[in-house]
Design a protein around this ligand. Structure first.
Ligand SMILES: [Cu+2]
Length: 377
């Protein structure tokens, strides 16, 4: 593709063009809040009365380009990235015909325009009107029954990462559901871990990229893991041990807004810069657990880097002991996922960054902050 200026159109050029054309992409470095947290010994910023100097702030504003301007209408979208962080869908528990607990879920595919950055609308295909779709959460060994209704304009399906029969796999030939149709997926929730579900109808990259994906979390059953029972209980939603934790689900995604098979907007849970504009509040006295999923289409890998801290990582979440210890960055190919655990208990309060460690993804939306609060002993 050639531009009017005879140069190839790149996403960088588009973004610069957007800034010139009316400010939708025009940006302002909005890290003043984070910078203001830098106080006490060890800071490297020129300060006046404990604050960054006005001159420094002005300099930052003028070299601009790090944050969208304006707000996404979350009411119009019908979902808020902050709510998505902890919005577990545990379904409705019934007993199946063998007397075992069975969690029933209803998921509908819906065509919907979603605002992914202020003023930027994406013609999405969604599960239940949101991107990512509901975070389906069950307990290891339970029966899971998902009634999937396709209210969209194209055939769709649900393919769950997990262990199940071929009949229950939402792949072409087994489980494509035509518009107006319905299919009931039923299988046992296993293995425990942090999984993913997505539409598997072809062309696959289009059906995934349009927004048809979500997290599928299977909590371990402590009774099955006597050697790590305490850890298993800490992961099991509803236990006192689990309530100690601050748990969040983060789905790394991106959007191609001009159909050139490159992404112009990157995010965690869909809305660019949502967690840098409104940092995620963390109680420094309680540990943090992130269920991290990468579904970024077009770019082979994505990553999460945590500032000022290190974490333990559980690859796929299918173990109760870490598969990596003391790391500050994790890289995931599309479809990979895992669990991160860390704490700020020895940190001073403040704004702590986390972001993709691909710099371009950061500038195009995948930058976030934790607002760590609490008394310092
Ligand atoms: Cu689809």
């Amino acid at each position: 593709m050639r531009s009017l200026f005879g140069q190839p159109v790149t996403r960088r050029l588009l973004l610069a063009g957007g800034a010139l054309l009316g400010g939708v992409h025009a940006a302002r470095l909005a890290l003043g809040g984070a910078a203001a947290q830098t106080h006490g010994p060890g800071h490297a910023m020129p300060i006046t009365d404990g604050q960054p100097s006005a001159a420094l702030s002005a300099a930052h504003a003028s070299h601009g380009g790090m944050m969208t301007v304006g707000e996404v209408d979350t009411a119009r979208n019908g979902f808020d990235p902050h709510t998505l962080l902890t919005d577990w869908d545990t379904g409705e528990v019934i007993r199946d015909d063998q007397g075992r607990p069975c969690r029933e879920f209803v998921v509908e595919a819906i065509d919907k325009e979603v605002e992914i950055a202020p003023g930027i609308f994406f013609p999405a295909w969604t599960y239940n009107g949101r991107i990512p779709g509901p975070t389906i959460r069950a307990v290891e060994g339970e029966r899971v029954r998902i009634t999937f209704r396709n209210r969209g304009s194209h055939p769709h399906s649900m393919h769950f990462h997990g262990i199940h029969s071929a009949r229950m796999d939402g792949v072409p030939g087994a489980g494509d559901v035509l518009p107006g149709g319905q299919f009931v997926y039923e299988f046992d929730a296993r293995p425990f871990g942090c999984h993913l579900y997505h539409c598997h109808t072809v062309p696959l990259k289009r059906h995934i990229h349009k927004g048809l994906y979500g997290a599928f979390i299977v909590d371990p059953d402590p009774a099955r893991h006597p050697e790590h029972e305490a850890v298993a209980r800490s992961r099991l939603l509803g236990t006192p041990e689990n309530r100690e934790w601050q748990e969040f689900v983060m789905v790394m995604n991106a959007f191609d807004t001009n159909f050139d098979e490159e992404n112009e907007v990157y995010a965690v849970n869909t809305v660019a810069h949502a967690y840098s504009k409104r940092p995620i509040v963390i109680d420094r006295g309680r540990p943090v657990r992130i269920y991290l999923v990468n579904v970024t289409e077009f770019d082979p890998i994505n990553s999460l880097h945590l500032h000022g801290n290190f974490f333990d990582y559980y690859d796929s979440g299918t173990t109760l002991t870490p598969t990596l210890r003391t790391v500050d960055i994790i890289t995931q190919c599309q479809g990979q996922r895992g669990i991160l655990e860390f704490t700020y208990q020895d940190h001073e309060p403040g704004h702590y960054m986390f972001h993709a460690h691909q710099s371009e993804f950061v500038e195009l939306g995948w930058m976030s902050l934790f607002d760590v609060r609490g008394e310092v002993a």
